[in-house]
Design a protein around this ligand. Structure first.
Ligand SMILES: [Zn+2]
Length: 234
């Protein structure tokens, strides 16, 4: 049933929907993020660059082969992107991952990239953390991307076997050692010979994505690409 416009306006007056990035009230027809924020988000546009000029791709050179290295946004502290990620991770706003995934998936599709992926695989949380948080923020991005790219996703391919300490205060080597052995492929048949798009919310050093990509490649997938909501410059 269509809610009459006058009633929708009345409901919006009492329960104003606000932009997930700037917290200003949304106008009618705006979808979770206001038009102003959508126009001003710091998009990387890495998918428009030749692979050799993609700074994110360069970060994996000499470590492991990554077919496409993609990130929707640049991570900037104290800005809209940090606010969006905070909403997603700590305020239970799954829509952040869903909406950004959908928009990014549509953008990648319009650049012909959808045909390069068979399955979208989110970086898993350990079950203890999943139980505490209620959902995996990377799943929401994977689900949004799946809609935008028209490619299936699965949360059951990878498993995190250990509960790792926070990465925040660790340097690059420590982060790598912290995650190097904690992921395993739970369903090798699902990835055999397939082109995997591995996704996470934020890329800082890339150690987590590297560890996941390494086990996916070892288990026999054809190639691995990566995509995150945001990546920190380094
Ligand atoms: Zn806004």
């Amino acid at each position: 049933m269509r809610i009459p416009t006058a009633l929708a306006d009345f409901v919006a007056l009492i329960f104003p929907r606000t932009c997930l990035a700037c917290v200003e009230p949304l106008a009618r027809g705006e979808d979770h993020i206001c038009t102003g924020c959508r126009a001003r988000l710091p998009y990387t546009d890495y998918h428009k660059l030749p692979e050799k000029e993609n700074p994110l791709a360069r970060r994996f050179w000499g470590k492991l082969p990554v077919r496409h290295a993609l990130s929707y946004l640049r991570f900037l502290r104290h800005g809209r992107v940090q606010h969006l990620l905070h909403q997603l991770k700590y305020q239970g706003q799954r829509d952040v991952g869903l909406v950004l995934g959908r928009w990014y998936g549509a953008e990648l599709t319009s650049h012909g990239l959808a045909a390069d992926f068979d399955l979208i695989v989110p970086v898993p949380l350990h079950r203890t953390k999943l139980a505490r948080r209620g959902f995996n923020q990377s799943d929401t991005f994977a689900e949004g991307l799946a809609l935008g790219l028209a490619v299936p996703w699965s949360a059951h391919v990878l498993r995190r076997t250990e509960h790792t300490a926070s990465q925040t205060r660790k340097n690059r080597t420590e982060r790598w050692l912290n995650v190097a052995t904690v992921f395993e492929v739970a369903d090798p048949a699902a990835i055999l010979g397939r082109r995997i798009l591995l996704v996470d919310d934020v890329l800082t050093t890339g150690a987590t994505l590297e560890a996941c990509a390494a086990v996916l490649l070892a288990a026999g997938c054809r190639d691995v690409s990566i995509a995150t909501i945001a990546c920190a410059e380094h």
